[in-house]
Write a protein that binds this ligand. Structure first.
Ligand SMILES: Cc1ncc(COP(=O)(O)O)c(C=O)c1O
Length: 387
């Protein structure tokens, strides 16, 4: 009965694609230089957020007790959603337990063939996140992939479908989690207007860091003329967990009645929502941290390019070092771990074939000295031809 699963694991092992969970090590809290997580603003440890979460537990208890459809036992969801809608300049917002759950349930709900009266056509950036892929697969839409960030290619494809009267959607991340580059939102907005498409944006890696007061890249654009949904997470720069959907009032109503991951799942814990609300209100005060992160990114990219590394098209705090060879990626990750430098090794299928990489996630708590420490070890790796 277990044989097919065992065979699958053997195959992964033979092709170097086997994934292992990291082991907790206490020294993480001392001398470790950690580039492996997404706590970009260091908010997972912010005292004001921790205090808010603890208060919420003390008053409202640990669990949410039921789906939000059945009952609600605290005021934080309404407060948070009102604030998000204000800052994202949308009519409404809705909080979900995780980014994956939000992408999967919201996209499957809005792409529902029964509701739309036919099969929608979805134009999706080739490097969109797995949660988007899963939703598109599940919805059985006609799925048209365009080359990463390539709006000329997107336009060609839209033109090809111009006479097709089925509902059309463009789906993209705004800051790409594995490449650290940004979607050309102005062009996408113009194409959406011209070809009358819906736009779905995933701001998981942009929320807290980009746009007006850190509220995401979408805030730099007026979306009122384009039907749209903007999703973002609390699990990266906001240091907690959960995700928001910013949208029109009617879409919020629709999602409450249709999004399976919202209806059939216990609501997020009160402490999670209280922490998310505090973090959301804090990020507007964090311009200094955003500027520091920007300047760290610029320095690091310069250092790595001078060293001859391929960092793809990164322009943000996320910097890939693309080595292609999966074995080298895992060896280097392991080697740097011994030196107390944590970095993520990313292999296909998370990235396309031949694009295996080390992924650096910079944080506002990092310093120029940290970058130099990394580069020192990196140069040793090069000199010793460890890869
Ligand atoms: C672009 C993108 N969207 C969605 C998600 C899922 O978010 P969460 O971790 O909150 O489930 C991630 C997480 O890595 C992501 O990178």
């Amino acid at each position: 009965m277990y044989t097919p699963y065992q065979d699958y694991i053997h195959t992964l092992n033979n092709t170097l694609k086997y994934r292992k969970l990291p082991i907790f090590r206490q020294e993480k809290f001392s001398s470790v230089l950690d580039f492996s997580n997404n706590d970009y603003l260091g908010l997972s440890q912010h005292p004001k957020i921790l205090k808010e979460a603890i208060n919420a537990i003390q008053i409202y208890g640990m669990g949410a007790k039921s789906s939000r459809i059945s009952s609600i036992y605290h005021p934080f969801c309404d407060q948070l959603e009102t604030q998000i809608a204000l800052d994202k300049k949308t009519e409404a917002a809705l909080f979900f337990s995780s980014g994956f759950q939000a992408n999967f349930s919201v996209l499957s709900a809005i792409l529902d063939r029964g509701i739309l009266g036919g099969c929608p056509v979805v134009f999706s950036d080739r490097l969109n996140h797995a949660s988007i892929y899963q939703a598109l697969l599940f919805s059985q839409c006609e799925w048209v992939r365009y080359r990463h960030l390539d709006t000329k290619h997107l336009q060609c494809l839209l033109e090809k479908y111009a006479k097709d009267s089925r509902p059309k959607f463009i789906v993209t991340e705004t800051v790409f989690g594995m490449d650290g580059d940004t979607a050309p939102l102005k062009d996408i907005h113009a194409l959406a207007l011209k070809y009358k498409t819906f736009v779905y944006l995933d701001e998981a890696h942009a929320t807290g860091l980009f746009g007006i007061n850190g509220y995401g890249c979408s805030t730099l654009q007026d979306w009122s003329q384009v039907p749209h949904i903007i999703m973002g997470t609390f699990s990266k720069a906001l240091g907690g967990s959960g995700a928001y959907i910013a949208c029109s009032k009617i879409l919020k109503e629709y999602l409450i009645n249709k999004a399976q991951g919202f209806i059939y799942s216990t609501a997020p814990s009160p402490c999670v929502v209280a922490a998310a609300l505090r973090a959301w209100n804090l990020i507007k005060t964090m311009n200094k941290e955003r500027l520091h992160l920007k300047s760290l990114g610029e320095s690091f990219r310069k250092m790595l390019t001078e060293q001859g590394e391929d960092i793809g098209s990164s322009t943000t705090h996320i910097i890939p070092i693309i080595l292609k060879n999966e074995e080298s990626v895992m060896e280097i990750q392991h080697y740097l771990g011994f030196k107390h430098i944590y970095i993520s090794g990313i292999r296909p299928p998370t990235v396309p074939p031949n694009q295996a990489r080390l992924r650096i996630g910079l944080k506002a708590l990092h310093t120029q000295e940290d970058l130099l420490r990394f580069m020192q070890e990196w140069k040793k790796l090069r000199e010793n031809r460890i890869y």
